[in-house]
Ligand binder design. Structure first.
Ligand code: C5P
Length: 235
């Protein structure tokens, strides 16, 4: 049975990704490939991991003119990925083109949208001409993404409860910034535990360094799973 955990393979080489993937059961864990690993190891790695039955979230955050993003989403679908994402700030026509580009495919990937990067604060947004507070801008872009047929958004777990309420039960919420109580936050500003994020309405938990930088990634994963289980038992 798959867990809600998506492991972020934030490595610089394909061999590091394979070393970890070979220790994982693809029926249980999904993998995320972002810009660093994709740029280093390319589509062959994505195809290879997908052929090993892993469901892959290709986190390339496409943001371009509609025609280009549509083509990129189709190319991602051809690699056999489970989820691909775009920037909601690319606008309505871009998101609709992305959706339409994969709509007819028999096994289309889910398309999620990034709202506001969690690295941006109110002052950063103001500097780019956006007057809304980050949380308001997130809500605004998430609603637009839903209107355009996106399957969900990537958001901070802190925003999950609010978005779940306004956007309904079916809209997928993918949340990074997950940490166990008392562990290193690294550069994540506002973290949540797996149990807290799920209670707030998250569907998927993106976890990178707590697993990839652990002395034993499998033990780290078990600790995360235990945290999820503790919530189920408390219910
Ligand atoms: O190592 P850590 O668990 O902090 O990794 C989180 C992963 O989620 C990274 O791959 C990062 O790029 C991604 N991410 C994020 N914040 C966002 C969107 C994606 O941390 N807003």
């Amino acid at each position: 049975m798959t867990t809600p955990i998506i492991i972020a393979l934030d490595f610089s080489k394909g061999s590091q990704a394979w070393d970890l993937a070979e220790r994982l059961d693809p029926r249980r864990y999904r993998l995320k490939i972002g810009k660093e690993l994709f740029t280093a190891a390319g589509p062959d790695l994505v195809r290879g991991l997908a052929l090993h039955d892993f469901e892959i979230f290709l986190d390339l955050k496409f943001h371009d003119i509609p025609n280009t993003v549509a083509g990129a989403c189709q190319a991602a679908a051809r690699l056999g990925v489970w989820m691909v994402n775009v920037h909601a700030s690319g606008g309505r026509a871009m998101m609709q083109a992305a959706r339409e580009a994969v709509a007819h495919l028999p096994q289309r990937p889910l398309i999620t949208a990034v709202t506001v990067l969690t690295s941006l604060g109110a002052a950063d947004l103001a500097e780019t001409g956006i007057k809304r507070k980050p949380a308001e801008q997130v809500r605004h872009l998430a609603s637009l993404a839903q209107e355009c047929g996106m399957d969900g958004v990537v958001c901070s777990a802190r925003e999950a409860a609010d978005l779940r309420k306004t956007l309904g039960a079916e809209f997928k919420l993918v949340t990074p910034g997950i940490r166990l109580p008392g562990s290193q936050p690294d550069d994540q500003q506002r973290t949540m535990t797996p149990a807290e994020a799920l209670a707030a309405g998250a569907d998927y938990l993106v976890v990178g360094r707590p697993v990839t930088a652990a002395a034993d990634p499998l033990v780290a994963l078990q600790n995360l799973e235990n945290n999820i289980k503790s919530r189920k038992e408390r219910k």
